[in-house]
Every structure is written in structure tokens, then in C-alpha cells.
Design a protein around this ligand. Sequence first.
Ligand code: PMP
Length: 356
Amino acid sequence: MKKHNFSAGPCILPQEVFQKASAAILNFNDTGLSILEISHRSKEFVAVMEEARALALELLGLTGKGYHALFLQGGASMEFLRVPYNLMKVDGKAAYLDTGTWASGAIKEAKAFGETVVVASSKADNYTYIPKAFEIPTDANYFHCTSNNTIYGTQMNQFPETNIPIVCDMSSDIFSRSLDFSKFDLIYAGAQKNMGPAGTTLVVIKEGLLNQTGRSIPNILNYQQHIDKESMYNTPPVFAVYTSLLTLQWLKNLGGITAIEKNNEAKAALLYNEVDRNPLFKGTAAKEDRSKMNATFLLENEAHKTLFDNLWKEAGVSGLNGHRSVGGYRASMYNALPLESVEVLVKAMRELERIA
Ligand code: PMP
């Protein structure tokens, strides 16, 4: 039986993407070669890379607006390092908003490069909300934030108005909601939530942002190198890029971000309504900051745990256990998760209420 996959990432991708990616492992675009054995310099794969880079910008509404899209390796964690390396000036400073484990991971890497100002943090409240009143130092080289906090189930709805370049880790909500993406100077996102399998990271960079630090940057860490080499500085993760392209094509055919956003809102509303209505559950994140991608919730009474776990597992739900730093449950409702899966989960929650 196919599971209802609520995993936080790697996570569910569209079934049609699994089918097309499987077919390409046997015979990629009628080349008589597998996508796993074809040269990354072949014209067939170069076309994949070009289309993936162009489509990522198109879906974000950034075509023709002076942005480059790259598909890199090292996960979003590598960008925690590449961002300060490429953007923080020698003797410069950077500003960071601390909204969770991943944000603080990015802060840790920046500190190795220079003065790193944490403009606000919700750590003292176990990251249950997004701090809103903060000031960004006017002499910071950039401001870094995390649009969706995968572990704590919070999401930024507002981004600061500032003249300082904004860098955003969108790993867990990219392509899920409409934003004015042109407000950001650098966006990065590990593929393994809304875009594809683990193994590649989308990095979108505005022209004019780079080459201002006075640092000597090793090639593999230098964004400019990757731009100059059209995301082929070294062997790219061929299969991850191809599968990401298939997912982006799926999203485009569906109507792009505005279409998927409606589905995501419907799924989140269904689940949060049940969390709020059902007396046996409670949400962990501040209501106004609740994530539409990752819903975190607890049982009011831990004694119901075995009963509830059996109910959702019997219903075919998978990947619902919360992260160890929050406990309870986390329902990740990425783009490819159908509404029907949320209905199945809500049914299990109602069943618990009925029999507990
Ligand atoms: N940022 C966010 C928001 C994430 O959710 C994750 C992973 N779940 C990361 C960064 C780290 O990504 P990676 O494992 O690809 O390095």
C-alpha cells in the first residue's frame, strides 16, 4: 500500500515524477543510455541543466530580473558557509535572525568569518514564534533569515523592508507560496522538500551582489565560479538535477506557485482546524506564525500515545513523529502531498477522540 507520507524531508514527490525518473534510469530521453551513465557534458544533460535553471527562475517570477540560478551540492548546510564566504566583507559584519536550529546553524558558520549580529532570537521560548520587532544594523553586509522553520513549525509572513541585501534559507517552503521573490538578493533551498531528491541545492543570486568582500574564495565555494561555469564547475548531481526538473515541470503544468498555494492553504487549514477543535491535541507554534508546510502538535495527554500511533499507522500514515527537540507530532505537508492524505490523518485524530 502506498503510504500517506508526512515526512519532513526527504519527503513525498509527485507520483508522476517517480515514474518519469524511474524510466530515465533505464533509458533517458531515448538516448539508449541511463540518466545515471550519461555524461554531464552531453547535449542532452546540458539541456536539462539549462531548463532546470530557467524554470526555477520562471516559477519564482524572476525571469529577466537579473538573477542567476545554480544547482549546487553540499546541502543547504553548505550555503550556511558559502553565504558568509561570498558576502561578508573582510572586517565587515552580517545580521542574522535566529528562528530555529537551521538558522542557528547558519549563524555558527558566519561567526567564523566575522562579526555576526543576531538581531533577534526566539530560542528562549524553544523557537515557538518568529520575532518581529528588531533592527538591522545599517552597516551590515547582508541580513539572513529562514523563511520556514522545518523543526519548530513556524513560518515568516513578513520580511523586513531594508536597503541591506536579504539572504533567505527557503529550504522547506520554496515554491509553496507566492512572495515577491525579487525582494531577496540570495535565496537557497535544499532540493529534498518541494523540489526533488536530496543531493542538490538551488541557489538564486541577484546580479551585482558578489565580488565585494576582498576575500580570496576557493573555487568550489565561490558563487561567481559556479555562475561563470553555468552550474557545471564540476560534475553536477545529474540525477538530483534531472528529478528536480521533473518536479518543476509538474508544478508548472499544475499552474505554478499560485495554484499549489491554494492546495497548501486548504491542507493546512484542514489540519490546524482539527488541532484546535479536537480537545485531545494542541499546537506548539504561535498561531500567527504557524507554518503551512510543517504543522507541529502534541497530545494533551501522553497516555493516548500508543493508541494514536496505532491509529495513524494503521491508516497508512508515515513520517509523523515530531523532531526530538519538539516532541509530539509533525505533519509535513509539502507541495506533492495530496489533500486526501490530510483527510486520512484528520480522520485518525477524530477516531482517537471517539474511542479514547
Ligand atoms: N535549512 C532548513 C530550513 C532545513 O529544513 C534544513 C534541513 N531539513 C537545512 C537547512 C539543512 O539542509 P541540508 O540537510 O540539505 O544541509
